[in-house]
Design a protein around this ligand. Sequence first.
Ligand code: NAD
Length: 485
Amino acid sequence: MSQNYTINHVQSGNYINGEWVQGKGESFSVKNPSDLSETIGDVAFSTVDQVKDAEEAARGALNSWKNLTGSARGQYLYKMAAALEENLQTLATLASKEMGKPISEMKGEVTRGIQLLNYYASEGVRSEGDVIPSASEKVLQYTKKVPLGVVALITPWNFPVAIPIWKLAPALICGNTIIWKPAENNALISSKLCEVFEKAGLPNGVLNMVIGSGKEAGAYLTEKAKINGLSFTGSTATGSTIAAACAQRNIKFQTEMGGKNAAIVLNDADLKKSIPPIVSGAFRSAGQKCTATSRIIVEEGIYDQFIAELKEEMTDVKLGPALAEESYLGPVASKDQYEKVQGYVDLAHKEAEVIFENQDKIASDGYYIHPLIVTGIESDHPLFKEEIFGPVAVVIKVKNYDEAVALLNDTEYGLSASIFTNDLNKAHRFLDDADIGMVRVNLETAGVEYQAPFGGMKQSSSHTREQGQAALDFYTSTKTCAVHY
Ligand code: NAD
């Protein structure tokens, strides 16, 4: 059954200094990726001059915002959480329509946003810094955390609500002001999100959002804007360029980037409990998660049984429109995504052995890619090495644990990984052996909780962490204070 929440034609807008301003750059219409016959809104990009206006607004608001008490800033965040809760259904529906993520998952994402805002709101009254004993008499020596200043947030399209909030909530509670540039194909949901946040009554200029392209608005923020910090999530290619530019300008940065995550299944795994999280990791969000399970490495003793049970589980994985309750996964988010992922599907048909391909017929014309599971390739094949970011999983058979871990680590990425086993010894060895930021035992590769650090190793991250207490470290600088009395 499809959910019938009406979203009228939506117009993007920039939120600058507490006002709504139309973009003066390139404009285009947005089509629903679940049904390309439906146009859901219009977008106008900002010019660089409009990004400069946002920069000026954030700079102008900084002093009074950072001089508020943490407790007062926290009150705004609680109000933002409440506004999100009131608008959960509208936000989830619009995002589902704009980028094709199933409505149940989108509701989960908005709920995550509410949790993040409440979590960081309470940080406004927690202790910060340390008292450090001085070697001199009558000297009080201590550290205090101060905001970075104006921070730029550049976000990807695949988590249009949760990722912006897991950046802006810790940035705000620490006393920073913000220029947020969402992904090009999140323009409508990002505008709506700011409209909802406006209800919290943040002082003008504290949160600014500009709709714009990466190559213009994003590049201006990275290369020229007077910012004091930059937090980016997106592809490794873009992240590396941003990291180099920020390093050269000596701006504190964090880049959270791509993944090629693996689940290892050992001979003693309980398949009934292992297969659902593996399928969910691979196919929820149509595989468009940085933490998606795209490689499945299976020990040979359990391989045949694993494949048989995996195929059985896949019969419940329904492909369909994002607003249909029964859809396990929706279309991919955009034409570019469709063409890129379809390229890998074609390659799989040519060079690999397809062991499962979903056959669901879809009534509407959209960017649908049928979930695909392949095997029969070597570990240096692009399907096993490159981030596909779509509903394609590769299975590979190994002789033993050591071979599995060697394959797991044989990638430039290091974001998340899981092992499925009942062998406590091997589970703990895996947690040590995996060169990966988020390592999980008998759990999906995706799903790290908001109060825990999130981030990767190698080419997946610049090695800072988001979420939890780790985000507070990123959005602050440490001052060492000493007082002789
Ligand atoms: P992308 O790199 O194409 O774009 C991300 C953002 O960067 C967008 O807002 C874009 O406009 C902007 N951008 C593009 N070029 C820029 C430039 N030269 N200067 C400044 N900004 C620029 O990534 P995407 O396609 O939106 O997202 C998918 C990628 O994000 C995948 O690789 C995925 O793994 C990754 N991702 C990582 C995490 C994580 O936490 N590690 C989470 C979600 C997504």
